[in-house]
Write a protein that binds this ligand. Structure first.
Ligand SMILES: NC(=O)c1ccc[n+]([C@@H]2O[C@H](COP(=O)([O-])OP(=O)(O)OC[C@H]3O[C@@H](n4cnc5c(N)ncnc54)[C@H](OP(=O)(O)O)[C@@H]3O)[C@@H](O)[C@H]2O)c1
Length: 369
């Protein structure tokens, strides 16, 4: 007997209706027994709220209910949107376009948009903004229904205004939903570190452009920022970045960075969810086990586990029709399974994009991955 738990799922919360029995309320004089309406306990991700605390006044009963709840493995509802600190909603699923070649990416963007994607991620560094823009136009989806992100290229960090105009023109759009500093690592056009530029000065220029041109830039953010770099930015700036786009997958979970961003009101976008080129994580045994458990493909597990993290959205990349469709399936997962997946990092850590590539050292990333 004990608790009779029926779960119904809302989009972002799970509501448990509890009806009590004698074993939960052992005191027969407890008036709440049998006559009170069901107590409603709302679980919003990690927060538990009891709305009829009076009917749970018996200490041992409370303890039993909480112990039962703690041992109850609820699923984590994946969100459809994450809310940015600007108030904008950014779709949880986006299409990545790194290494999506001209000739392929235009079709991929059009196909994704025709099939429900509403979030497209590109960058000047990818050399495909023109094709991404054509794909958007060919899709017929109105621009205002699409969340479009591009990124300031490392060699352009001395001239962000010019770079912004280039991106707008090349994408064929009047505005960006999100403009990111791609790396806190100014570089020369030849590809070395450009030590004459401080990324913080570049951020201040991005802030000024954002404030002066709300019609061109809806939000600004960063990418590949570690906690020390974010601290420096937050201590010396007036705009809190809307997002930090970072590598996230079971071999690189970066939980402390995700938690830090949440504490500062910065949403997190996870890149390389499949492990990047060739999707190596699809072959991982733990990922395969989870795919079997949920009856879905391995890609769905890897993409969904990010979508189930609070304040996190995710960018799988593909130029293949059937994969673009498959990657759009997102499921709710049990927290314990996400924890088990993230433990892969303990034995098989890796980064697809190591911060040291830009010639500025580890950019404040101190974890092994
Ligand atoms: N801010 C940054 O510094 C940064 C860095 C890296 C990535 N990103 C962004 O994040 C996006 C995603 O990351 P990513 O491109 O590194 O890697 P990813 O999305 O983890 O993996 C892409 C690879 O997986 C393959 N693939 C996709 N779906 C698949 C499926 N269902 N089954 C089997 N294979 C599948 C793709 O092949 P096909 O395309 O051939 O189908 C491609 O080879 C990027 O495209 C980019 O937009 C940002």
């Amino acid at each position: 007997m004990g608790l009779n738990v029926k779960a119904t799922r809302a989009r972002c919360s799970t509501v448990f209706f509890l009806s009590q029995s004698r074993s939960v309320y052992p005191n027969p004089s407890d008036k709440s027994e049998g006559s009170a309406p069901p107590t409603v306990i709302k679980i919003k991700r990690r927060h538990i709220m009891i709305t009829r605390a009076d009917s749970l006044s018996n200490g041992s009963s409370c303890r039993r209910i909480f112990l039962t709840l703690l041992s109850f493995t609820s699923t984590m509802p994946a969100s459809k949107f994450i809310k940015l600190n600007t108030g904008a909603e950014m779709p949880t699923l986006g299409l990545g376009t790194w290494r999506s070649k001209p000739g392929q990416v235009e079709h991929a963007v059009e196909f994704a948009l025709r099939n429900g994607y509403r979030n497209i991620d590109t960058a000047t560094a990818y050399g495909n903004e023109s094709e991404v823009g054509k794909g958007i136009k060919n899709s017929g989806v109105p621009r205002e229904e699409i969340f479009l992100t591009t990124k300031l290229n490392n060699p352009d960090m001395g001239k962000p205004e010019e770079a912004l105009e280039y991106s707008l023109k090349t994408l064929g759009t009047d505005y960006l939903d999100l403009w990111l500093m791609h790396w806190p690592a100014p570089m020369t056009p030849e590809g070395g570190a450009d030590k004459s530029i401080d990324w913080l000065d570049t951020w201040h220029k991005m802030e000024a452009l954002y404030k002066a041109h709300p019609e061109k830039i809806k939000a600004i953010g960063v990418s590949n920022f570690s906690i020390p770099y974010l601290n420096r930015l937050l201590d010396n700036s007036s705009v809190v970045p809307a997002t930090n786009q970072i590598e996230l997958h079971p071999s690189c979970p970066q939980q402390s960075l995700v938690d830090f961003c949440a504490s500062k009101g910065i949403a997190v976008t996870g890149y390389s969810p499949l492990g990047s080129e060739g999707a190596p994580l699809l072959k991982n045994e733990v990922v395969k086990k989870m795919a079997q458990k949920y009856g879905v493909g391995e890609g769905t597990v890897l993409i969904s586990m990010q979508a189930n993290r609070e304040g996190v959205n995710v960018l799988p990349k593909s130029v293949t029709n059937e994969r673009i469709l498959a990657n759009a399936k997102i499921i709710d997962m049990e927290p314990a399974d996400i924890t088990e997946l993230n433990e892969i990092a303990k034995t098989q850590p890796f980064r697809a994009c190591h911060p040291s590539w830009a010639g500025w050292g580890n950019l404040g990333f101190t974890e092994s991955v």
